[in-house]
Design a protein around this ligand. Sequence first.
Ligand SMILES: O=P(O)(O)OC[C@H]1O[C@H](OP(=O)(O)OP(=O)(O)O)[C@H](O)[C@@H]1O
Ligand SMILES: Nc1ncnc2[nH]cnc12
Length: 172
Amino acid sequence: MTELSAMILDRIRDVPDYPQPGVMFKDITPLLADPVAMAAVVDELAGLHQVDKIVGIEARGFILAAPVAYRAGAGFVPVRKKGKLPAATLEESYDLEYGSATIEVHRDAFTPGDRVLIVDDVLATGGTAKAAVELVERAGATVAGLAVLMELAFLKGRDRLTGVDLHSLVIV
Ligand SMILES: O=P(O)(O)OC[C@H]1O[C@H](OP(=O)(O)OP(=O)(O)O)[C@H](O)[C@@H]1O
Ligand SMILES: Nc1ncnc2[nH]cnc12
């Protein structure tokens, strides 16, 4: 295990039975509260790919993706839950470990040919990440990679993302 992985693992809190019985929720707030660990995470994610845009997935993905975009000198594009973006959108629906959701991106969020890194906190079933990849591609950009803080391997999200360059800072 790398020093960075150990630092992340040490700052993610397990909360049993949230938001419903049987789910072990990975709470990233202790990591967010630690400026040294956050700086290390943001620097690592910003160095993964040379891209034009960083895509963040609402809501926890935003917290990581915006500083990564700043650090990488790239633009930031929000992928939001349905009904939150004001202009014309594309949408994708998917199932979660604890429910279902629809996410959207602005149709004009990308310049054709933009290379994009998608950033989120947790990869669980992969439903969110797969929907985000599809949205970005439908909007005319190329997904250079997908980066998450933590991958929950037992939920096999990786298997739904064949062909995507997936980088997980911690796999549990
Ligand atoms: O791999 P999956 O099974 O799709 O799960 C992963 C997603 O679930 C969480 O988001 P959530 O929808 O709970 O929203 P939040 O960030 O607004 O809390 C997490 O931030 C990922 O986006
Ligand atoms: N167990 C979990 N903890 C935190 N975020 C999640 N998103 C989906 N499953 C999750």
